[in-house]
Design a protein around this ligand. Sequence first.
Ligand code: ATP
Ligand code: MG
Length: 764
Amino acid sequence: KFAAMHKYLEGLNEQQMAAVLHMDGPLMIVAGAGSGKTKVLTSRIAHLINSGVDAFNILALTFTNKAAAEMKERVEHALGNTEARNLYIGTFHSVFARILRADANKLGYPNNFTIYDTDDAKSIIKETVKSLNLDDKHYKPAYIYNRISAAKNALVGYAAYKQDMQIQQEDSRSNRPLMGDIYEAYAKKCFKNGAMDFDDLLFNMYVLLTHFPDALAKYQGRFRYILIDEYQDTNVAQYAIMKMLAARNENICVVGDDAQSIYSFRGATVQNILQFQNDYEDAAVIKLEQNYRSTRTILEVANSIIGNNKNQIPKNLWTDKTEGDKILLARTATDNDEGRFVADAIKEQMMRNHYANKDFAVLYRTNAQSRSFEESLRRMNIPYKLVGGTSFYQRKEIKDYLAYLRVVVNSQDEENIKRIINYPTRGIGKTTIERIIVRADELNTTFWEVIANPEIDGLRSSQTNAFVTMIQSFRTMLEKQNAYEVAFAVGKHTGLVKELYDDKSVEGVARYENVQELLNSIKEFTETPDEEGELQDKSLGSYLQQITLLTDADQDKEEDANAVKLMTIHAAKGLEFPCVFAVGLEENLFPSAMSMYDRNDLEEERRLFYVAVTRAKERLWITYANSRYRFGSLVQNEPSRFIKEVPASYIDTTYTGIGNKGPIGGNTRGGGLFGEQSFDKVPSLKKLADKLAAPKPSTHTPTADFAADDTTDLQVGMQVEHQKFGFGKVLTLEGGTQNRIAAIDFGTHGVKKIMLNFAKLRIV
Ligand code: ATP
Ligand code: MG
């Protein structure tokens, strides 16, 4: 009866309908890919509003800003009015950033705090390591960043970190006993700078809600209905916050798919799904089983791939779509050939089956793989859009410009002051800057105070005075003038734009254009009606917050709309395309080299493959190259083990013989293929996260049919299973072939020395 009344209910199946019409009380939807989870979430929002719930009282959390914008648009469309404008929709990070902008002063931060991106954070860590007189070759910023990030996402602050025995042991085992000190110094520095990194947005939100009952009450009252998409990828901090916000009304609806959990390296835990039913005993649980996205062939392939994972909630996904084409498996000689193959196939499909550019997506494991596809697509004049990779906002000239803007908004921000105080050059040298830093530390004040405060003598000069006066003059504009006006003035009066304009080299011209592009986008920001929420805030502060929170996947421009999309599988989550190329299916690449020795990691790689396959609506290609450049030299690869998991009857192997022309393209590649893949493993934090989320029985139950493997080829780093001690990792090997002894770390059972001749071990 509703279907006749409301557009957003049309065509829903019975389970979807039940989920959409469910009004109050906790609701969880666990369902496979393409079963309409996101559609249900959107329709539910429309239904809530239509049933009289004020849009102001609805909070929807999605994975990317783009997904949020899309959701808002769909709700608007379904309702046929602009009520949806008032929805609070966004990523966890963007929503919390907004809340903290109102309440950060409670935590001792300025409300216009700066948000540091990953690069900013790493460079501060690097400095911190240096200031503690440690070696940054050993205390690598990327490693430390990941570890601190994992700690914050498990809600472990630096004090707790330094007291946790298990963490201490782990840091001394990894020979980084001073990790805790670095964490502390880094956290204090950010605080002093009035800045938060991405993880602080979650961590501080948690602190705000736990320490300030009035704030908690305010947001509990405000968010009477909470909806979360991609629930399987929420981490401990996000879960804890969500639970607090929902505590009063318990109108919480989560949708997710355990088979698509692909962010455990960032602390996300599938345990959330199990935990939900513990936390909300009367939760309604709805399963969706019909897939509306893919052909039967694609769906069957996806089902059989994921069937190889031990850890999963059983699902029975079916479709009434046609069988469709077989999966095309293609082997090429090199990565360059793989690029050519894909470009050729796209061209052919466009001619034969009338697809448009935008109907294709090339999905890879690591960003570095994009190069060969970019080259071949460019050569064939096929427009493409690289989603992710080095983004616009990471370019030097853009970061410089933004640094100025950030300093204008928040002068506590020492990192950004240092970046620009002598750019363009104005005679403030390195030594002066270092002396100012030392002075600030002595006086326990900020960099800015030392140069701006006339009562602090000795370090001010005509040059620093001119800088201070200039920044102050911009600051006076903040209140009355919008982001564009201030940004324009900054570009003009600092000499920044002129400096770039005067550089007539090819790169210089490109930099100048980039800066113009930045100004255009700021202008656009000030002229676009505010989609973000109730505030029509066009200030510079509001602009800065918005761009810092853009995720790579969000930087989609109009002109890129009809282009082939190149992206990592992580970035493709939740999306769908008529034609998908899953590329680089090679051992050590996909699954990644780092995942091979741990069952959980391997299962996560398989889920990633499942995500890739289930993006396809009509046609799917799987490709791999015999050899590719890695770390600057040509490496031979074996086909991925995942290929064997695709049932042969669904595979068209016409192309497995192509491209045997030997390597073409030459030794042009720099950096390693795995350069971007810095997912450092943080076992104890992962464990801690699991513990906080749900106590999971971790005792090893030996199987009756334990068949030992031949251990002749056992090597350090390999993962093994022991009948009694369970899973472990080989630390060292000693002795001759007849009496080899392995030291194996069995986790909770500790490190055991095992005589390989006698022990029954299985290689995992
Ligand atoms: P993923 O797990 O990949 O995020 P999902 O479960 O969120 O997938 P949706 O993206 O919501 O799935 O839906 C997949 C496709 O199926 C979309 O194109 C959607 O419009 C379509 N769809 C969903 N439900 C129905 C339905 N009842 N009738 C017709 N089409 C539907
Ligand atoms: Mg979805």
